[in-house]
Design a protein around this ligand. Structure first.
Ligand SMILES: Cc1cc2nc3c(=O)[nH]c(=O)nc-3n(C[C@H](O)[C@H](O)[C@H](O)COP(=O)(O)OP(=O)(O)OC[C@H]3O[C@@H](n4cnc5c(N)ncnc54)[C@H](O)[C@@H]3O)c2cc1C
Length: 416
């Protein structure tokens, strides 16, 4: 179904009776060229780019729940490309560029809002580190602006500058950063892939692989065996479980991350703000709710719910920079399962099993990566070569020592 102003007017005056579901609900075929496991943002964007860019449409996306039930519909919707390391920054900047054209590309309103992101710094050393990061971003073609305290006061006069435990010394701003309506991203990509003939199979769980002599021949599912020339795992927080079906042990741990939404407030936040002396990030939704989060819960879990100590820690972070939010009430809290890699960076790679591919390790920053991850995974599946901005996202980097430790914290998934 095409969307246009004419169509909206016509439906508006004729009782909105002719809108149709925007993707089909097909029965799985016996075989496909490519089977993607996981109907999250990355699985659906991979299917979209395979069919729309590489002309491959004998593709199925197999999702155990409903599309959007995973992290793509659970995140705090922040997009940015403020990375520093050469293995990461070109990839995230490509993703930012794809976000900028996405609504036109898939003809769907994903409420992409480049309202800016501001990372606060609280010490001279942190300011130096931000200057270095900003320079690296600029060298990779991204935008970055270093603000002093007065510069921060101008954009966020409501922050606590007078009596703070961690005084605000300035910040690194990326004006092209912002937020995107997360589930609309899943819906837009699903619609665009379905239009080209991709089968999106919901409520179908992958329970195993058929592997003959080191070659993957297809997937066992709750709806029976589905044969495939290529199988692409894209299950985020369930990566260790699913790749375990193929006997693989990944450099990934699954942890819970919680998100929080307050009651609706009058517009106050100009964009995304992050606290630099703890872990707290916040934006304000179009409905007025403050959408915020902080650290992962720090223990391994596959449960989509978290615990109270992190609630306290996150709220302390918020109170430290803007004490006035203590008077607003929390409306909702939920959790998602994060695929935390040991160096904090992702994987888009082939595996040692022929025909089996892996995408994962997104930690809690994979929403912003959705367009570039899909494009690069589609490129790998279509050509068997890594995309030029994803050459470092290899599974063997823990064998040859080429880690991409963006935060410089070492092998501590809970610190990335
Ligand atoms: C609370 C929270 C806040 C976050 N905030 C941000 C943010 O602000 N910015 C940002 O960039 N990132 C953020 N993230 C991270 C981001 O959401 C994830 O990195 C990203 O969504 C992961 O990729 P995905 O969308 O493909 O995952 P998912 O949506 O989780 O997709 C994986 C899918 O695989 C399916 N699946 C699992 N096992 C099977 C199986 N056996 N068979 C079939 N299907 C299966 C699951 O049901 C799921 O739908 C946040 C995450 C959370 C939880």
């Amino acid at each position: 179904m095409k969307y246009s102003l004419l169509k909206i007017i016509k439906e508006g005056i004729t009782g909105n009776k002719n809108w149709r579901p925007i993707w089909r609900d097909p029965e799985p075929k016996k075989s496909y060229d490519i089977v993607i496991i996981g109907g999250g943002g990355h699985g659906l964007s991979t299917a979209y780019y395979l069919s729309n860019l590489y002309g491959l449409n004998d593709v199925a996306v197999i999702e155990k729940g409903w599309i959007g039930s995973g992290n793509v519909g659970r995140n705090t919707t922040i997009i940015r490309s403020n990375y520093m390391l050469p293995g990461n920054e070109p990839f995230y900047e490509l993703s930012m560029k794809l976000w900028e054209g996405l609504e036109q590309d898939f003809n769907y309103n994903a409420m992409i809002s480049q309202r800016g992101i501001l990372n606060l710094c609280h010490s001279d050393a942190q300011r130096d580190a931000f200057a270095r990061r900003g320079n690296a971003m600029k060298l990779a073609g991204a935008d970055a602006e270093l603000l002093d305290e007065d510069g921060v006061r101008q954009v966020c006069p409501f922050l606590d500058f007078e009596n703070a435990r961690f005084p605000i010394k300035g910040g690194l701003a990326q004006k092209r950063g912002g937020t995107v309506r997360h589930d609309a991203v899943a819906w837009g990509y699903a619609r665009g892939a379905d239009n080209k003939g991709v089968d999106i199979i919901q409520n179908c769980e992958v329970t195993g692989f058929k592997i003959d002599n080191g070659v993957c021949r297809g997937v066992e599912t709750s709806a029976g065996f589905i044969k495939a020339n290529k199988v692409a795992s894209c299950v985020a927080g369930s990566s260790s479980k699913v790749m375990g079906f193929a006997g693989m042990r990944l450099p990934i741990e699954s942890h819970v991350l919680q998100a929080f939404v307050s009651e609706g407030l009058k517009p106050i936040l100009p964009g995304v703000i992050t606290f630099g002396a703890g872990h707290f990030y916040v934006s304000q939704s179009d409905k007025g709710g403050l959408v915020f989060g902080g650290d992962i819960d720090g223990y391994n879990s596959y449960a989509q719910r978290g615990n109270l100590p992190v609630v306290e820690d996150v709220c302390e972070g918020g109170m430290a920079i803007m004490p006035m939010i203590g008077r607003s009430r929390l409306l909702r809290i939920w959790g998602g399962i994060m695929d935390m890699s040991m160096d904090g960076s992702p994987f888009i790679d082939k595996t040692d099993i022929k025909g089996l591919y892996f995408n994962g390790g997104w930690c809690y920053g994979g929403f912003k990566a959705t367009p570039a991850s899909g494009l690069c995974y589609a490129h790998l599946l279509a050509t068997d070569e890594p995309h030029e901005v994803a050459t470092e996202f290899r599974l063997d980097r823990f064998i040859n020592g080429n880690m991409i430790d963006e935060k410089g914290v070492g092998a501590q998934p809970n610190l990335h």
